[in-house]
Write a protein that binds this ligand. Structure first.
Ligand code: AMP
Ligand code: ZN
Ligand code: FE
Ligand code: FE
Length: 280
């Protein structure tokens, strides 16, 4: 029995609907999936419903963008209560920052003589959590770029003319928010971060787990982070980070995490909720 605990749908920057994602999970014989759309849980109810229909376990989750010691770090939250009011209000703030960033990127493109309106991006994104892939798609659809790669290479990559830094909360706040919503906080794809130096500080901040398995981790990297999980007493997770067709091909099926890790993660979430209840 295997799980994939990291994927994105059309509710953020993936290209599959929640139903299509659940069906892809079934084709890959996954027993459990978590939907980790950026800064939103809006797709979770639909994916949960389709997973129930298909006999697949579903975990409510999200992926937040944090920062610690000047380093960007993505924090995954699992087993969160998708109806927690404070949590949802925070997500709305992050979504507004994402929408504002699209306006800023459109303004920068216009300053370059590229006539792309933010509204054209929103019309393509059709979600609360738009990102650069939507801007790239809008540029291609408007005939202003010939491919997504060209859009990133000419305009959207860091230090290119339309690049706008992403809004980030402190990693401490991201972890606190996830705990507040009854969830466990996990360091996403650590091998894609600039350094491991931030890991002790994240542990100090209360992070619960680390994503040892990821489609962009080498075997050596996975082994390295498994050792770190052991060293710091962190739960082990893994996921494909499938974005549908957005990164060339669907990555689902690339990671098969033994289900025992999901049970251990769930156990930690239970402990967090009990602690929160005692404190309240
Ligand atoms: P953002 O979170 O808005 O900064 O956008 C980051 C997303 O853009 C990530 O999912 C990246 O994988 C994606 N991305 C980066 N470069 C490219 C590219 N050349 N083509 C398509 N997607 C890309
Ligand atoms: Zn993404
Ligand atoms: Fe990420
Ligand atoms: Fe992701």
């Amino acid at each position: 029995m295997f799980a994939d605990l990291h994927m994105h749908t059309t509710f953020s920057d993936g290209t599959f609907s929640p139903e299509e994602m659940a069906q892809a999970a079934q084709r890959h014989r996954l027993a459990c999936v978590a939907l980790t759309d950026h800064d939103t849980v809006a797709g979770c109810a639909r994916m949960a419903a389709e997973c129930i229909r298909l006999g697949i376990e579903f975990v409510n989750a999200t992926e937040l963008t944090g920062e610690i010691d000047g380093v960007e770090v993505h924090i995954l939250g699992y087993f969160i209560d998708p109806a927690n009011a404070h949590f949802l209000a925070s997500l709305v703030k992050f979504q507004h920052a994402r929408q504002q960033r699209i306006h800023e990127m459109a303004a920068r493109l216009q300053a370059q003589g590229i006539p792309l309106q933010a509204e054209a991006v929103f019309a393509i994104a059709k979600c609360e959590s738009p990102g650069r892939p939507h801007v790239a798609r809008a540029l291609v659809q408007a005939g202003l770029c010939s491919s997504m790669d060209e859009a990133f290479d000419r305009f959207l990559k860091k230090h290119r003319p339309a690049w706008v830094p992403k809004f980030k909360i402190s990693a401490d706040d991201a972890i606190g928010l996830i705990h507040h919503a009854g969830g466990v906080a996990v360091i996403a794809h650590p091998a894609l971060n600039k350094s491991d130096d931030i890991i002790p500080a994240l542990v100090e901040a209360g992070v619960d787990g680390i994503e040892c398995f990821h489609t962009r981790h080498s075997t050596a990297a996975s082994e390295h982070y498994l050792l770190m999980a052991e060293q710091y007493g962190l739960a082990i997770t893994g996921g494909s980070d499938c974005h549908g067709m957005n990164k060339g091909k669907p990555l689902m099926g690339g990671i098969k995490l033994p289900i025992i890790h999901v049970r251990q993660l769930e156990e930690r979430a239970r402990a967090i909720r009990e602690k929160t209840l005692v404190a309240a």
